[in-house]
Design a protein around this ligand. Structure first.
Ligand SMILES: Nc1ncnc2c1ncn2[C@@H]1O[C@H](COP(=O)(O)OP(=O)(O)OP(=O)(O)O)[C@@H](O)[C@H]1O
Ligand SMILES: Nc1ncnc2c1ncn2[C@@H]1O[C@H](COP(=O)(O)OP(=O)(O)OP(=O)(O)O)[C@@H](O)[C@H]1O
Ligand SMILES: [Mg+2]
Ligand SMILES: [Mg+2]
Lengths: 250, 250
């Protein structure tokens, strides 16, 4: 059974897609089989893997309008269940569907992967709820900006709701500081607020600002293919190592 | 009747709150009476004006659970209809309410202000729809990042839907480039894509990266009070001038 990881934050632009793409690539470099799932109607992960026009998308898969084989995209380096802008209307339907939280986890049973990484949209609706319901670990990328941690309570409450019945095993792997500079006043203040919060852990690894992390998505490449010696590559690999060490012990 | 301006973008972190706060302050410096409305449950605009614990919020006002006088906050420099995290549940109720688009514009009739500025959440639900239904002009702050303009079509479609019946007069004042550096490859590519798009206009003024624009929100001040000689202050005042010139001629 694959280990499922959800990358989630209801705040936009904090680095979910960047983390999903490159954590997936780091795990692949270590020899693991990785599946990426794009649950964001804006489809940035889908585009970042170089996939332009997916024939089917995650919403159709969840509503049984397309099969796994019809939806799955298997590129030379990446396996992906893609998103499309049609996902917005599917989220409305899922919102109205009782037990929609079970749909994704049922789809993931027995798939031939070591890790499944789900890139969530910047919202706490049916798509994120379904991801958390299917997930073993969730990661919350966060920036060192003013008000960055507002909304964290809502994320934790959503995870608690999932933990109560549908997915008692869900665990927070940690908060990942992204575009992070501990020398700035806001970086420090966000880090201190989080360290003072007993219900969260913060990864020791953080991802610094690196333009290569933005550029590689324009070429459909991971940071390791695009700029293997960049600090973005080093930071993401260090983060992957810490993630594996922590999750193998807990 | 006040002129109503909505600041909207379904993408997170593009500068809606920064624009709402400081465009409002710039208009006030010119002598106009300005009302700010925070429609984001994360309440960044409310916090940025120094307001900690609003007794009532915009959702209660729209559902007639609190009066205008009970909800309005009148500080020494700012008039504000605040947000609170309760707005999330109110948005669900508004989503289910027929004609909810009319509620905000009815509340704004005959209010003693020259300009009303609405800070929208990063979504295209009932709150943004209600803002656009009440608005004369809407502004879309956007960053010079990869994929920054994905989702713009959805914003324009939402505005077109509003224009069809409930608010035929709604106009796009322009896209405002924020944290913008035309010397970067992504800045240029976003700017070129937008300039090639006939259904949008881009403001000539853009807002450059300036840490003072983040810092001032921590002190409950506008950029003009916090750092009057900063480039953030100059950029926002230039933008205000261009906005007034354009909207007075169209
Ligand atoms: N460490 C970094 N250094 C430089 N740029 C980064 C970094 N992390 C992310 N970015 C860039 O910042 C932008 C936002 O990142 P990303 O798309 O990963 O965030 P997101 O949380 O997935 O956003 P959304 O909520 O819109 O899905 C992208 O243009 C991305 O390339
Ligand atoms: N020009 C700028 N220079 C430096 N920092 C900026 C600039 N514009 C915005 N910021 C900072 O970037 C972050 C996001 O900006 P802001 O809150 O205005 O975006 P938003 O679109 O309202 O986000 P949300 O979608 O979460 O409501 C804030 O921490 C803000 O202080
Ligand atoms: Mg994303
Ligand atoms: Mg905002």
């Amino acid at each position: 059974r694959p280990i499922t990881i959800s990358i989630t934050n209801n705040k936009g632009g904090t680095g979910k897609t960047t983390t999903a793409l490159n954590l997936g690539a780091a795990l692949q470099k270590k020899g693991f089989r990785v599946l990426l799932i794009d649950l964001d109607a804006q489809g940035n992960l889908t585009l970042a893997t170089g996939c332009r026009q997916p024939r089917h998308h995650a919403g159709e898969l969840l509503m049984d309008e397309a099969s796994w084989e019809e939806t799955l995209i298997t590129g030379p380096t990446v396996h992906l269940i893609p998103a499309s802008r049609m996902l917005l209307s599917y989220e409305h339907r899922l919102n109205a569907e009782p037990d929609s939280g079970y749909l994704l986890r049922e789809q993931l049973e027995n798939r031939p992967y070591d890790y499944v990484i789900i890139d969530c949209p910047p919202s706490l609706g049916a798509l994120t709820f379904g991801a958390l319901s299917a997930t073993d670990w969730f990661i919350v990328p966060m920036q060192g900006e003013n008000f960055a941690y507002i909304g964290l309570d809502e994320i934790l409450q959503c995870a608690a709701k999932v933990r109560r019945r549908i997915n008692p095993g869900i665990k927070l792997a940690g908060i990942l500081m992204n575009k992070f500079d501990l020398r700035t006043k806001f970086g420090q203040s966000v880090y201190q607020k989080l360290s003072a919060n007993p219900s969260v852990r913060v990864f020791n690894s953080s991802i610094r600002q690196d333009i290569s992390l933005m550029e590689c998505t324009a070429f459909g490449q991971s940071i390791f293919d695009y700029a293997p010696n960049s600090r973005g590559a080093r930071d993401l690999m260090n983060f992957c190592d810490e993630f594996l060490q922590y999750t193998n012990q807990h």
